[in-house]
Design a protein around this ligand. Sequence first.
Ligand code: 6PG
Length: 477
Amino acid sequence: MTELADLGVTGLAVMGANLARNAARKGLRVAVHNRSNERTEHLLAEHGHEGAFVGTRSVEEFVAALSKPRAIIIMVKAGQPTDDVIAELVPHLDEGDIIVDGGNALFSDTRRRERELAARNILFVGMGISGGEEGALEGPSMMPGGAKAAWERIAPMVTKMAVSVDGTPCCAHMGPDGAGHYVKMVHNGIEYADMQLIAEAYDLMRTVYGMKAKEIAEVFATWNTGDLDSYLIEITAIVLAKQDAATGSALVDMIRDEAEQKGTGRWTAQSALELGVPITAITEAVFARALSGRPAQRAAAAKALSHAPMAQRKAGPAEIAMIRDALYASKIVAYAQGFEQLEVASKQYGWDLDLGLIATIWRGGCIIRAAFLDRIKEGYASHADAPSLLLQPYFRDGVLKAEQAWRDVVILAVQSGVAVPAFASCLAYFDGLRRERGPANLLQGLRDYFGAHTYRRFDKEGTFHTRWPQDGSEVEV
Ligand code: 6PG
């Protein structure tokens, strides 16, 4: 009889296949399965020599190939396909077996699945995995949620598969039920904001300063050596520098400006709206993608609403530094908002998320990995009680230093007619946050006028209503 496998992976498209290869390369015995056998055979033929694989041709065979309690990672499309695979597996499983969903599932689905499977004594782990295809193979950042017992069983395997930074694996138990997928969702939301900010910086250099893609690539390559040092800045330089083989121009100039999305950014914004957390950068990034996806409407508007050609400006080191500062300050705001969303969701769903730990496991493997995350990790270690990431000394000082340039960039963009929704909304958030008194007093007055919604006063306790249209007197309610 063949030796039983430590881990099963079902769903062998690129992410699943790479994850299975990663596990096998780390010395785990991996049973592999896919609905159509071709993928399984292809994996074994191409990569079977990389480690101990057990190829299986049916769900029964797959489940029987695993040592108990079984640990099965499913890597299929989020939504119904995930439910379908679970339904196929469950009749063959025993109590105490573990199903790990490594897809980008909606956290509320994960909560439901966890509850339903717990009723059958099957443990369900919703595990966010970030790092794309290469990360899945070489070592991703992994964000598992679910019962502690499941984590204890899978930890020795998944921490081996994750990348490590300074000897610490980028994989840790996030919290119960949907916590892991929620953290991954917010990771993706931050990824959206980060990319939108980068695109706006690029647009300013291209449109206001007339710089060529190649020149902008050099700017990003330089930025990658400072505070902005990150995977996304690094690959921005690479993408901008790439020449199109067919035309000889910069490839980026040949790519249509219509961004697509699979949904995690939108989910982040939806959840934030439900929780009442102001994540303006992420939400603007989602809207910017939506606007980009309306090319016909934009073409019509470009004709009907055209503006005078812009006086071309020249970018010197001061102008480039100004854009860099605006990007950095906005990025701090975007992360501060994302972490606040995690904090609020943690309270709402009873997850007890450890924000410092999340920053720790985002330092490597994932798409938003950055030197910056080290600072966030340190910030949570030393100033955990700051009411916002933005108020931790390191980030507060960074934003204050960049503030003037940030304003100048937003003014320049507004004057030039270049849309910078993420830069501008981050700045608006910053200005709104640091004002002890905003204009919501007037909103309250208006609400009370038309709907008797009441208001509270600075000078005394209680809730009040003014009889506006009647005699104008105030009553305590
Ligand atoms: C990751 C990525 C990954 C995926 C995004 C793309 O962390 O590895 O975020 O999950 O590439 O979901 O999202 P959009 O298609 O919505 O841009």
